[in-house]
Ligand binder design. Sequence first.
Ligand SMILES: *[C@@H]1O[C@H](CO)[C@@H](O)[C@H](O)[C@H]1NC(C)=O
Ligand SMILES: *[C@@H]1O[C@H](CO)[C@@H](O)[C@H](O)[C@H]1NC(C)=O
Ligand SMILES: *[C@@H]1O[C@H](CO)[C@@H](O)[C@H](O)[C@H]1NC(C)=O
Length: 161
Amino acid sequence: MASLKKHLSCLFWHFFIIIGIFASAASPTEEATALLTWKASLNTDSQISLSSWVGSSPCNWTGIYCDNTGGVYNISLGSLSLSGTLDELSFSSFPSLQYLTLRNNWLHGSIPSQIGSLSQLTWLDLSYNRLSGAIPSTIGLLKNLTLSVILALPLGLSPAV
Ligand SMILES: *[C@@H]1O[C@H](CO)[C@@H](O)[C@H](O)[C@H]1NC(C)=O
Ligand SMILES: *[C@@H]1O[C@H](CO)[C@@H](O)[C@H](O)[C@H]1NC(C)=O
Ligand SMILES: *[C@@H]1O[C@H](CO)[C@@H](O)[C@H](O)[C@H]1NC(C)=O
């Protein structure tokens, strides 16, 4: 009886440890949904570049890398001729994201302030796009961030930040 009790209590703790792991990692489905929503907002050629983005497991999609808990930690989509905006990208869906590059594409519009919700981000490269507006102050919330953004200015002069 004592041994059964011990066994049950052990099971109980395993249960909580497993729940804990799932709760701290993003759900791959949520990440996949966020990526697919953004893909759908891009132009047709961009969607062709991202044709491996189908289904609900993003870890083997073009430019998407997961950590060993299955969370997306690296989105590396440089030089894919992606055309569209960042408006439909749900930044809050990527709690494990450390590295984001969208360098050298055709992205336009402004940088959403929601980018500040990427709490683990250490590398952000949005350079060589057509982004305009201001760099959101929420980026200042990100600790240890290496930032490379070049904003399009009317005079054709683009300060690197
Ligand atoms: C990605 O992985 C899923 C299952 O994990 C598999 O069904 C699919 O074929 C893989 N896709 C590619 C492009 O490797
Ligand atoms: C992210 O992926 C890119 C492309 O494979 C790679 O060059 C870069 O080093 C990766 N970054 C991290 C932090 O793993
Ligand atoms: C910042 O990055 C450096 C170098 O990668 C690392 O040694 C340091 O621990 C990081 N600090 C925090 C607060 O993550």
